[in-house]
Design a protein. Structure first.
Length: 326
C-alpha cells in the first residue's frame, strides 16, 4: 500500500457531500482462537461523520468521547491516516478533500476493538463517500494497517469481524485470508468492562513466545471443535471447545477478580467465559439473551462489592458489520 495504485475509476460527479457511518465493537480471539478468531457485536461501536470539502487533503475536525486522548493530527490518528493512505493509492489525494468527525461511543483500551471500530468506520465512510468503488475485501488491508498504527501489530482479529460482520477466521496473513463462519441463531455475548487499565501492548508482551506441544495440541483441538460446533449449531460442542490454555492463564493476572467472574458466569449457565481481546473486558458466551443479561448483572454486582466500576453490554452476534446511518 501507499506505493501501489489501486485500479479503480472514481466518478467525481457521484461523490457524496457527506456520509455518517457506524462500525461495531468486536470480541477478538473468541476465547481459544488467539489472533485468528473474532466476532462483531451490536453495541457498543464508533461513528464517523465525513464531509467532502474543496481543499484537498484529509483533516480531523473533531473527536468526541475520547477524553482528549486521541490525536487530531491527521497523520497520527489511525482513522485519518488510513483514509489518506487509501486516497493516495487511488491516486486522488491531490484532487479531493475530506474532513472527519469521530464520535467514540466505546471506551478506549477496553479490549473491544476500539481502534479497529474507528478505523473501519472511517474506511467504510470514505468508500461510501466515493460511491463504493472498493469491496470489503479490498478495504481489509487498509483496516489491518490501522491496527498496526494503533498498537504496533497488524492483526486482523478485530478489524475482520468489524468490517465483514459475524464471526471471522483469519486463516493466514501472507496473503491475508479471511473466512466468514456460520453464526448460530441463539449465540449471545454478555460483556463486562471493568474500569481497570490493561494496555494492549503490555498484555501482548506477557505472552510466551514458546508453548508446550501438549498445550498447543489441546488448543488446536479446541479451535477445530469450536468451528465444527458453529457449523452444526451444536452448543454443547461450542461450550466444551471454548477453553484457552495458552493465553488466558497469563493475561488473567492483569484482570482483578477474573476467576471469580468466571465462576459466576459458568454457574449461571454460560457456555464459556474468557477475556475479550487483550482485556480487561470479559465475555460470557451464552445460548440466549436472558442468560447473558443475568450473568452480566451478577458480575457487575460482584465488581461493585469489590469497589470496581464497570460497563456491561449484551448483544447477539452482529452479522452486518459497518453501516451507513441515515
Amino acid at each position: 500500500m501507499s506505493k501501489n495504485k489501486v485500479d479503480k475509476k472514481i466518478d467525481f460527479a457521484k461523490i457524496l457531500d457527506n456520509v455518517r457511518v457506524f462500525a461495531p465493537a468486536t470480541v477478538a480471539n473468541m476465547i481459544c482462537g488467539f489472533d485468528i478468531l473474532g466476532f462483531a457485536v451490536d453495541k457498543p461501536g464508533d461513528e464517523v461523520k465525513m464531509y467532502r470539502v474543496d481543499e484537498p487533503g484529509v483533516r480531523i475536525r473533531s473527536i468526541e468521547g475520547d477524553d482528549g486522548r486521541l490525536p487530531l493530527d491527521a497523520d497520527k490518528n489511525t482513522v485519518s491516516a488510513c483514509v489518506k493512505l487509501l486516497l493516495v493509492d487511488l491516486g486522488i489525494d491531490k484532487e479531493i478533500g475530506v474532513e472527519i468527525d469521530l464520535i467514540k461511543h466505546m471506551p478506549i483500551g477496553s479490549g473491544l476493538g476500539s481502534s479497529s471500530a474507528s478505523t473501519v468506520a472511517g474506511l467504510f465512510a470514505i468508500n461510501a463517500l466515493l460511491g463504493n468503488p472498493l469491496t470489503k475485501e479490498e478495504l481489509m488491508p487498509y483496516c489491518v494497517e490501522g491496527e498496526r498504527l494503533a498498537c504496533g501489530h497488524g492483526h486482523a482479529d478485530n478489524v475482520a469481524p468489524a468490517l465483514m460482520g459475524g464471526i471471522t477466521l483469519i486463516r493466514g496473513y501472507d496473503p491475508l485470508d479471511v473466512i466468514k463462519l456460520p453464526v448460530p441463531e441463539d449465540l449471545y455475548a454478555g460483556i463486562v468492562f471493568p474500569q481497570v487499565d490493561v494496555p494492549t501492548r503490555d498484555a501482548r508482551q506477557l505472552i510466551k513466545e514458546k508453548v508446550l506441544l501438549k498445550d498447543a495440541v489441546v488448543q488446536w483441538g479446541n479451535i477445530a471443535g469450536l468451528i465444527s460446533g458453529l457449523y452444526q449449531s451444536d452448543y454443547a460442542l461450542i461450550s466444551r471447545s471454548m477453553h484457552d490454555v495458552l493465553i488466558e492463564p497469563t493475561r488473567a493476572i492483569l484482570i482483578p477478580e477474573f476467576y471469580e467472574m468466571k465462576r459466576i458466569a459458568l454457574e449461571e449457565g454460560a457456555l464459556s467465559f474468557g477475556i475479550s481481546g487483550s482485556g480487561p473486558s470479559v465475555v460470557a458466551i451464552t445460548k440466549g439473551q436472558a442468560i447473558a443479561e443475568r450473568i452480566t448483572e451478577k458480575i457487575q454486582q460482584h465488581l461493585t462489592k469489590n469497589e470496581i466500576d464497570s460497563f456491561k453490554y449484551v448483544s447477539s452476534v452482529n452479522v452486518e458489520g459497518p453501516k451507513v446511518l441515515l
